[in-house]
Design a protein around this ligand. Structure first.
Ligand code: HEM
Length: 360
């Protein structure tokens, strides 16, 4: 059968999947890297008594398109069932008109996710800026360590990369954005930021001779990894919104892979933020009030601390391995097959207490 002239070029007739398909069809399909569409030409059999296309046929088209796209997206020919379909009718069509459905499986969730990441990053950058000012006031050594600033100065740059001498007392090389560290710490691009050496001298004068600086590479890099992973996630989010703009729907495999990798970026940023907060405060438990060394409990021995740390690490490590292995196993298996008899039984039992259908 040749397609009616209303069928746009590029559409191919869909093979029949059921008697119902034969009854309402023919349906036509168009597929490329960016889109997936299913359509039909309104025939006499699709009219309601007012002569326009029956709403039931529009629902049928939506259902076909959704099911077909879901099968393609999951890469399985698994039998899927529709559990919910809600439709608004905005217009009508008559015999000979072409109607088509476009299906976006990833778009809405991708867009919500991307906007959430972008907004969250801007929010965290703004609150982080205020937090940095409080930190500069209350824990100046932490700010100096975050930026590996050894000498007090004005208009201090935010370094993207820095190398220091092995004893950590001097910086030998730095790539920087001018004035940004001053702005972060003082709200002014020309503000003064105290350096590690000056703060060390002040603390020695106040509390006696000791090393009052934290591990500078840990402080410096954890600060950068916190901001960096967050910024990278925001960059991916902005690039995704651009790639999916105006109805585009890139379906290349690497797009999905990057999407999955991005999930871990805020997690890494959070972890490095926490590492920075704790490690760059050393050697203090409470900056200027109590040294970590003075906070050591006399009631608990080092052996007891080691035992509980090792036990907890092994326990949670083992649980994490089991959890990930089970997740991968059940993702690969996919949702359980539902037969018509199961569906009928579920409907008959709809008021009964539901038995557990999935657990691991
Ligand atoms: C331009 C961006 C950012 C700036 C300026 C910034 C600034 C800061 C500062 C100054 C601190 C230390 C506060 C203190 O110890 O007193 C901090 C801690 C932290 N940051 Fe960031 N941050 C930024 C981005 C991020 C991002 C993207 C994340 C996570 C997605 C993040 C998560 C954290 C966490 C979890 C802490 C530890 C909070 C705590 O344990 O008290 N930050 N940040």
């Amino acid at each position: 059968m040749t397609a009616p002239s209303a069928v746009p070029p590029g559409f191919e007739k869909l093979d029949s999947t059921s008697n119902f398909h034969d009854l309402v069809g023919p349906l036509y399909e168009f597929r490329d890297d960016d889109s997936h569409r299913i359509g039909f030409v309104v025939a006499d059999k699709h009219r309601n008594r007012r002569g326009i296309v029956h709403g039931g046929m529009i629902c049928t088209l939506a259902d076909f398109a959704m099911g077909h796209a879901a099968s393609l997206a999951t890469g399985t020919l698994r039998k899927l069932v529709t559990v919910n379909l809600s439709i608004d009718f905005a217009g009508n069509a008559t015999v000979g008109d072409w109607i088509e459905a476009h299906v976006d499986v990833m778009r809405p969730s991708m867009k919500v996710g991307a906007w959430a990441v972008l907004i969250a990053f801007v929010g965290v950058a703004v609150t982080g800026h205020f937090q940095a000012q409080v930190m500069t006031e209350q824990q100046p050594m932490k700010m100096a360590a975050a930026e590996a600033i050894y000498e007090t100065g004005e208009n201090v740059g935010f370094s993207l990369f820095s190398l220091g001498t092995l004893d950590g007392s001097e910086e030998t090389f730095r790539v920087q954005i001018p004035g940004l560290a001053s702005f972060l710490a003082t709200d002014s691009f020309s503000g003064e930021v105290e350096g590690i050496n000056d703060i060390q001298a002040q603390l020695e004068e106040q509390f006696g001779p000791a090393d009052y600086s934290p591990n500078i590479p840990v402080a410096y890099w954890s600060f950068r990894f916190m901001i960096g992973w967050g910024a990278l996630a925001a960059l991916v989010a902005a690039a995704s919104l651009f790639a999916f703009r105006g109805g585009r729907n890139p379906t290349a495999r690497w797009v999905g892979t990057i999407g999955i990798i991005t999930i871990f970026m805020p997690l890494l940023a959070n972890s490095f933020g926490w590492i920075f907060t704790e490690m760059a405060r050393q050697p203090w438990v409470v900056y200027g009030l109590q040294l970590t060394a003075n906070g050591v409990s006399l009631a608990t021995s080092a052996t007891e601390v080691w035992i509980s740390m090792i036990t907890l690490t092994l326990l949670y490590g083992a649980l994490a391995v089991v959890e990930v292995a089970l997740m991968i196993k059940y993702i690969k298996l996919g949702p359980p097959e539902v037969t018509t008899a199961d569906a009928d039984q579920a409907y008959a039992d709809r008021d009964a207490d539901k038995p557990l259908t999935f657990a691991y």
